[in-house]
Design a protein around this ligand. Structure first.
Ligand code: SDX
Length: 430
């Protein structure tokens, strides 16, 4: 049934604006003609109330704590699927048939190697280089070795999407493992055909030429689950960046590289690193969390891994990851005092008025670092793990932009608050 238009009254005129309703009943006032009709723009610093696009990839209901990839609840995919199958779903919009999945997996295994010419690039980074800086550079470097896929000719780049997608999914994992090996002066380890995606990541990270890393099934499963839970999350900061870059006609490699840069910030993907650093400091200070929570009350600190722009309820991904922590620590025969601190902080925050009144709950980053740390992944590589998991979503969202013949370049407006017209004065008169 056609929706009645919204009416906006400005300076004694009333403007009729169309209303858009999504498949999950989300409603939007379509302001695409607002400026042409009224001379006004809408203003929404941080875009909390602004839809930048229509998308069919992921649906989130932040109040109800719902997350679905292409209509499938995250809880069901976490229980029944695995990262590479879910990556296919996120990118192509449907679960693959058996032969499609076999072919997808073998293409990913087959494109795991990096052009040997790229190894010299790693040597150029100082050992102190942050892995996110290395990854964003190496993704664009990767594109240089496949000029046929980075022409910035929409039709051509789309025609190469399937190959570029399996290449990026596979090589983002190889680049990460290589960065770790080179930084630690270790020889490169190549993937094993018998291993699945996540098992091969652990093998490429931690095996030695004389001894294979013993891949524990629970550990590989937990890592695979972390990748799956990060696969997409609608229009978050880094995915919006990927779409922004793609909207100008840039290729998938450049768009993904920009996504890595946006993900790096501690308010976004960098939070998983910041959570562990926060927990380590609380532990080192001998604080049972009381002083830290008090500092939050006074606006002197943030409980990293808590709060979310969309979830005003428990992030469903946090629940699933939290449940894996004990399993991974038991599989590795480890204990981690930081997990006890994290649990106590969560318990206190969930009953604390400051956090409750602001609807602050654990998000995907609060517990993921506990698992990554137990596996032996360096803290400054946690956000790279997030990027590996998010690659299917960036590919899917780039694809939505590229496949839309009516796609416009993203070019927001602003409200100018600087100096009004001034006249140039020669230096002698200043
Ligand atoms: C991710 O968008 C996505 O989907 C992202 C993501 C994805 O999958 O792509 O889910 C991944 O980025 C998760 C978020 C990871 N970031 C963190 O854990 C960092 C800590 N969280 C905050 O910085 C914050 O909650 C944000 C950035 C996540 C959300 O910020 P908003 O929506 O802009 O909210 P805000 O900063 O305006 O906070 C509202 C109030 C403020 O207090 P008042 O001004 O009302 O007094 O809540 C306070 C904030 O100070 N607040 C916090 C807090 N988060 C918000 N106070 C203490 N600790 C926190 N964590």
């Amino acid at each position: 049934m056609p929706q009645a238009p919204a009416k906006l009254s400005i300076e004694d005129k009333v403007y009729e604006l169309p209303v858009i309703i999504g498949t999950e009943n989300e409603k939007a006032v379509d302001i695409r003609n607002l400026r042409a009709q009224s001379g006004f723009i809408a203003y929404d610093d941080g875009y909390a109330n602004t839809g930048a696009c229509e998308s069919a990839v992921t649906y989130i209901d932040g109040d109800a704590g719902i997350l679905r990839y292409r209509g499938y609840p995250i809880e069901e995919l976490a229980e029944k699927s695995y990262f590479i199958e879910t990556a296919f779903l996120v990118i192509y919009g449907r679960l693959p048939g058996a032969s499609e999945l076999t072919s997808f997996r073998s293409k990913i295994l087959g494109s795991a190697l990096i052009h040997e010419g790229m190894r010299s690039h790693f040597a150029g980074f100082p050992a102190t280089a942050h892995p996110m800086a290395v990854l964003s550079s190496m993704l664009n470097t990767l594109g240089c070795y496949y000029p046929e896929m980075v022409t910035n000719d929409r039709e051509n780049d789309l025609a190469h999407l399937d190959t570029a997608a399996t290449m990026l999914l596979s090589k983002v994992r190889t680049l990460t493992a290589m960065a770790f090996r080179v930084r630690n002066g270790l020889p490169i380890v190549y993937p094993k055909p018998a291993y699945n995606y996540s098992e091969n990541f652990l093998h490429m990270m931690f095996s030695q030429p004389y001894a294979d890393y013993p891949v524990h099934p629970d550990v590989a499963k937990a890592l695979d689950l972390i990748f799956l839970l990060h696969a997409d999350h609608e229009q978050n900061c880094s995915t919006s960046t990927v779409r922004m870059v793609a909207s100008g006609g840039a290729n998938l490699f450049a768009s993904a590289s920009a996504g890595v840069c946006a993900l790096w910030g501690p308010l976004h993907g960098g939070a998983n690193q910041a959570v562990i650093e926060m927990l380590e400091k609380i532990h080192a200070d001998g604080d049972d969390g009381t002083r830290f929570i008090q500092a939050c009350h006074e606006g002197k600190g943030k409980l990293m891994g808590f709060g979310h722009r969309v979830y005003k309820n428990y992030d469903p991904r946090a629940k699933i990851i939290k449940a894996q922590c004990d399993k991974v620590l038991a599989a590795l025969g480890r204990k981690d005092p930081l997990l006890d601190i994290a649990r106590k902080l969560e318990e206190r925050a969930l009953s604390d008025d400051y956090f409750k009144s602001r609807n602050l709950y654990p998000n995907v980053d609060f517990y993921s670092g506990i698992i990554l740390r137990a596996i032996g992944i360096p803290t400054d590589m946690f956000t790279v793990i997030f990027a590996i998991g998010r690659m299917p979503g960036w590919i899917a969202q780039w694809k939505e932009i590229a496949e839309n013949p009516k796609q416009k370049i993203h070019r927001p407006r602003q409200i100018y608050t600087g100096e009004t017209l001034r006249k140039y004065v020669p230096i002698a008169q200043r």
